[in-house]
Design a protein around this ligand. Structure first.
Ligand SMILES: C[S@@+](CC[C@H](N)C(=O)[O-])C[C@H]1O[C@@H](n2cnc3c(N)ncnc32)[C@H](O)[C@@H]1O
Length: 326
């Protein structure tokens, strides 16, 4: 059976415990028997004001999280393919880099690319106007307290294998036929505008086979040492490496595994069952089964660190999400 740990995060618990409680009631003075002493009175907040305070708090937390995620090299969208996860992050104003060996890395379909480009342009104008209006003095308290969401940003791409290139992987399928060894980080809008086709660094006549680089903690791209989080949606063969890497360097991560690739990874063994004290039970003289099903894979990955939690996402298919903020 698959083991799922308690998915209530520390942040959720903290959030619950900081939920606003109603202010001290104005009845307090009559309880004290001093009805004329108004100095200790704190006015009651109306339901609307309480709601606004809570909203403000949540907005601040969200902005704080985005500010944090945008420090250093930002979020790594590992095995990000054409960049749909990065698009979602970009629209929330979170900077990210897609890391993937495939040829059309970060190349969103035309209409998504145009949408992002347009929204970045119009939002920048809108945000500037809004900032100006606010700095001229908002009309009322509510208006002043509205914090503007960060503007959408462009995401980058790095054509590279994450951590390792597993033995036995179908390289021509993953890397494509016309490969280019361009390990520089590419801004997708720039590439799109300069080359017109969005192929990261693909130049005329450069279709000879070259080695796609590895992105590691010490690779020249310098992306991983100061990244703020790793996200990976259905990262195929990269799944195990991503979790190992995040656990080793204590980098917050969110991974949604999909395929198992049991033939590619015959050394992945299911963890031994544990008793209620989390002590391994050696039922079959240390005979451990090879990870061969989706549930096995989740169990194997969760076992890599005690902080890893599992939540189910709201879509069909491979929808279990493993995460940790360590
Ligand atoms: C199923 S696709 C998912 C793409 C994207 N995350 C999405 O959900 O649209 C799996 C991706 O994993 C990439 N991949 C496989 N092994 C990888 C590795 N070691 N490093 C980086 N990317 C890898 C593949 O090139 C492919 O683009």
């Amino acid at each position: 059976m698959m083991t799922t740990k308690n998915s209530t995060s520390k942040q959720e618990q903290e959030h619950k415990s900081t939920t606003i409680t109603p202010c001290i009631s104005s009845h307090q003075s009559s309880v004290d028997g001093n009805e004329d002493d108004f100095s200790a009175e704190v006015p009651l907040l109306s339901k609307e004001e309480q709601g606004n305070n809570l909203k403000e708090q949540q907005q601040n937390q969200r902005l704080e999280a985005i500010r944090h995620l945008n420090t250093g090299t930002g979020v790594m969208d590992v095995a990000g393919g054409s960049g749909f996860v990065s698009l979602a992050l970009a629209l929330k104003g979170i900077k990210s880099t897609v890391i993937d060996p495939r040829e059309n890395i970060g190349r969103l379909p035309g209409r998504h690319r145009k949408y992002l480009r347009k929204i970045i342009k119009t939002d920048a104008e809108k945000v500037n106007q809004e900032r100006k209006r606010k700095s001229d003095g908002g009309k009322n308290r509510i208006e002043k307290m509205i914090i503007l969401p960060p503007p959408p940003v462009q995401f980058s791409s790095l054509r590279a294998w994450f951590a390792t290139r597993p033995d036995g992987v179908d390289v021509s399928f993953r890397e494509g036929c016309s490969t280019t060894n361009n390990s520089s980080i590419t801004n997708n809008i720039l590439v799109d505008e300069l080359s017109g086709n969005g192929m990261a660094g693909l130049h005329e006549g450069q279709n000879k086979k070259e080695v796609i680089p590895l992105c590691t903690i010490c690779s020249p791209d310098k992306l991983l040492p100061s990244c703020t989080a790793i996200v990976a949606l259905h990262p195929d063969e990269a799944t195990g490496d991503i979790v190992d890497f995040a656990v080793k360097y204590r980098i917050p991560f969110v991974v949604v595994p999909c395929c198992v690739f049991s033939r590619l990874f015959p050394n992945r063994l299911k963890p031994l069952p544990k008793n209620e004290n989390q002590i391994c039970i050696d039922t079959q003289r240390n005979v451990r089964e090879v990870v061969s099903t989706y549930d096995d894979l989740i169990e194997y990955l969760v076992d890599k660190d005690e902080t890893i939690k599992v939540i189910k996402l709201d879509f069909d298919g491979a929808n279990l999400c493993l995460w940790s903020t360590f």
